[in-house]
Design a protein around this ligand. Sequence first.
Ligand code: AMP
Length: 173
Amino acid sequence: MSGLDLRDRVRDVPDFPTEGIIFKDLMPLIADRVYFADTIKQLAEWARPREPNLVLGAEARGFIFGGALAYELGAGFIAARKPGKLPRETVEATYALEYGTDSLQVHRDAVSPGSRVIVLDDVLATGGTAHAKIELVEELGGIVVGVLFVIELTFLDGRTKVGGYDVHALIQY
Ligand code: AMP
């Protein structure tokens, strides 16, 4: 391990996007070549033994980490997107937000049955988003071999939403 503390490049932004939320801004980490490379290396070290052939990430930060991780692993990348963005036939999962619901879609042919998929996101908060992505992979016959995050907000107990899966986060708050 590098000995870097990834927390040194995570910026707390109070009251964003709404009052009372402390937003974990990962842009300084992504912009720092040493910290970004180290993050991807650590994600890959955990993911590699699980032998994934695909990484799934949702827009937008999931694309940044997911694309780099897929490249590092020699795996493919699948984009989970907000409704209306993907051009071909999709499957959709809806999940609860603080107010109302949101949905993610992937192309119906994005995961072939039996594919080994790492579900990746920057932050595990309540776990709703991760759970929706797991649903999409499984609906298409894929196997979720790991659920991976850069940051876990432990006080929100998102892990219970993804109970029964192999879950890991590089840093916890
Ligand atoms: P959740 O579905 O509640 O686990 O929320 C996860 C998604 O919301 C992740 O994709 C995060 O990017 C984003 N998110 C939720 N809370 C935060 C936070 N405090 N700081 C940064 N991103 C967050």
